[in-house]
Each structure stands twice: as structure tokens, then as C-alpha cells.
Ligand binder design. Sequence first.
Ligand SMILES: Nc1ncnc2c1ncn2[C@@H]1O[C@H](COP(=O)(O)OP(=O)(O)OP(=O)(O)O)[C@@H](O)[C@H]1O
Ligand code: SF4
Ligand SMILES: [Mg+2]
Length: 394
Amino acid sequence: MTEHSIEQPVEVRGSGGADNGVNPSESLLKVRNLRTSFFTEDGIVNAVDNVSFDVRAGEALALVGESGCGKSVTASSIMRLVAPPGRITGGEIRFKGRNLADLSEREMRKVRGDDIAMVFQEPMTSLNPVFKIGAQLAEAIRIHRDVSKKEARRMAGEMLELVSIPDPIKRLDDYPHQLSGGMRQRVMIAMALSCEPDLLIADEPTTALDVTIQAQIMELLAHLQKKLGLAVLLITHDLGIVAEFCERVLVMYTGRIVEEAPVRELFANPGHPYTRGLLESLPSLTASAAGVARLPTIKGMVPSLLSLPDGCKFNPRCPDVMDICLGNEPALMAISQGHAARCYLHGDQADMERIAAERRLPAAVDQGRGQESRASKGVLSPGGVQPVPEGRGL
Ligand SMILES: Nc1ncnc2c1ncn2[C@@H]1O[C@H](COP(=O)(O)OP(=O)(O)OP(=O)(O)O)[C@@H](O)[C@H]1O
Ligand code: SF4
Ligand SMILES: [Mg+2]
């Protein structure tokens, strides 16, 4: 266990889901060893690399990490919306037992909306500017439900009411440009929820909005999550939002999950130096009271996915780097119940599963990453904390 801990500037909501009626054993979505690759002119980019996690029924799970670490590609992989030159190149996405990776496009269209819905950062990209809000909502409802136009319009009004849009019936006849950014995002949430999905993926749902409206939209999402028993996978840069809204967190770096923990545990006792860096760059009340002008930031840049370092992918930026970190990539190591980090500070196990998988990959993939095979280096000694097997969750 690391001795590092940080001040906790914000009130943390999560306690591992025990207080919100979530059954921890019930996994709605099981992502196992997911790999999504982009076949670019410069080489193969594994934007999501051997990623495994569960989303439990009714929980709010956060996916955090710096720009470019693979959060949105993870979301679009779950929705099977990765566009060329990208495609899913490995793993499973099991939703209520079915592997979404095996479904036909027609079957997948039914899953989108009926089972899993998504809200994006910029609602204008998803709303059609030439159709009224009511018509767009009613059409979304009729795609998934066998109801008359009149009934769909009535349901559309109900949905606007659910997302607390004032004068909902009147608003049905508005065009998207007649609504503010916050109201448009409410409409998108209404549209996403209109077919009663079990899982909502929200990719930076408030980033385009001003701070007051951000808070209102997050409150709305939290309210709907509880009221509808919805599972939410929230993608965000904002750890303040994570603390208030989520029960568990996944931290991503260079396409990998590097830490997984209940929110409270992550804030009190971050296990990965990268997570620590993210938390240390959060504004703290004590820091501003003490007149600290600049927040610490993580040194260095996120490396290109085409030329990742050997060993731990965070080693060029890590304040705790050791010799072992330059050899084989660490496995995800258990720290405590539900808490694991991909870091040698918690044991000395290499990620043999990943190394074996990389041996099986075509040569072009290794070339694309600018890496030699790491399997032969043998830096590790046996023993230490057992790694959490990838593909089984926590
Ligand atoms: N169309 C594409 N072509 C090639 N590479 C891509 C493409 N889309 C994404 N990638 C690669 O996937 C990586 C992850 O992208 P992703 O959009 O998932 O990042 P993110 O974590 O959502 O970042 P942000 O916080 O900025 O939204 C990128 O760094 C890039 O290398
Ligand atoms: S494995 Fe080593 S380099 Fe990587 S985060 Fe841990 S201490 Fe730092
Ligand atoms: Mg993104």
C-alpha cells in the first residue's frame, strides 16, 4: 500500500455502492480484454488495449484520464460505433450475457437505445437543427416502440417533464436552436432515456456547458440514476464530478486501465502514481487558503500510442520509477477489496497475459508501437502480491 494520500477538497459520495441499493454481484456489462485498434498510415494504434471492467446494475461508474487515453474509444467500442480506420480487434463486451461483438448490425441497433444509450458532449451534433424537438423525440421513441404518432408525442412530453424542462408541451414545438445549451443537453438526456435503457454512457456530458449549468445537469443525472435504477458510465476529466456523482472509478492511461477503486478509497488512498498526479492537480481549499498559486501537474506529456515506452507506460513521467518499471509491464495488482493498480509499488508481477497476447499479435502491431518484445527480458522475480487476473473484474 502506498503511503501517499492527498487532501480531500471535495465531499465524496461513493462508498463502493453499498449505500445505494446496488447489488455488487450483479454485472450488467462485462468488458473483457477489449482491444480497439486504428489502422493508420503511421502504424497500428491500440487506443484501447486489453481493457477489462464491469458495470454493475444501477451503479455510477466513472472513467477518467487525460485527453487521448482511450475513454471515448472505449465508449464507442461498447456501442459498436468505432469508425474506420478503427475496429475492435479483440475481447468481449458482454451485456446481460450476450457478447455485443458477435451481434449483427441490425441486432446492435436494437441494443442501442433499448438497452444502452449514450449522451455526448455537444448536443447540437446529435440533434437535427431542421426538426422540432418533439418530432425528434417522438421518432426516437417510435424506432424502439410500437406506438402511434400521437402516443409517441405524449410520451415525448413526459420525457421532457422527466428531465425538468419547464413548459414541456410547449417546448415540443421548439427547434434545437431555440433552446439554451443546458436545455439541449436535457433534451438529449430525455432522448437517451426515452426507451428505458439499463445503461447510460455519458461522455463528457457537461464539458460544453458553463459551470452552473454543469452542476444542474449532473444533479439531474444523479436524480434520474436513482429514480430509474439506471447504471451510468460517466466519462469525464473532472474528478470533482466523480467525487460527487460516482461510486467507483476506473483510471485510464495509454489505452489501459491503470487503477480501479471505490471512489472514497481512490481519493483517500490512490494506488497509482498517475492517479495521485491527477488528484494533486485538483484545486484544494487548503491550497488556495495557503496562497498556493500554481497547482502541481503531472510532468511530461502522454506518450504517442505509436511509440510507447517499454515496461510501465507511465515510467517516463513517474516520480517513483524503479528499475523494474523499465522491464515488463506490471499487472493490475490487488491493493484491497475492490481496489487494484497497475504498478510495481504494490507487488512485482508482470502482466504475463498481456505479454503472451502481444507475442501472438502480428509483427506490424509491435512495430507500430515501436517496441521490442518484452517477454524475454525476465526482470521479475516470483512472489510479491498476486496480480488481479485481467478479465475477471474485481
Ligand atoms: N479516427 C482515429 N484515427 C486514428 N487514431 C484515433 C482515432 N480516434 C482515436 N484515435 C486514437 O485513440 C486515442 C484515444 O482517443 P479517445 O478519443 O478515446 O481519447 P479520450 O480519452 O476520449 O480523450 P478526450 O479526453 O480528449 O476526449 C487517441 O489518442 C488516438 O491515438
Ligand atoms: S510501475 Fe513504476 S513507473 Fe509505473 S507507475 Fe508504478 S512506480 Fe511508476
Ligand atoms: Mg473523449
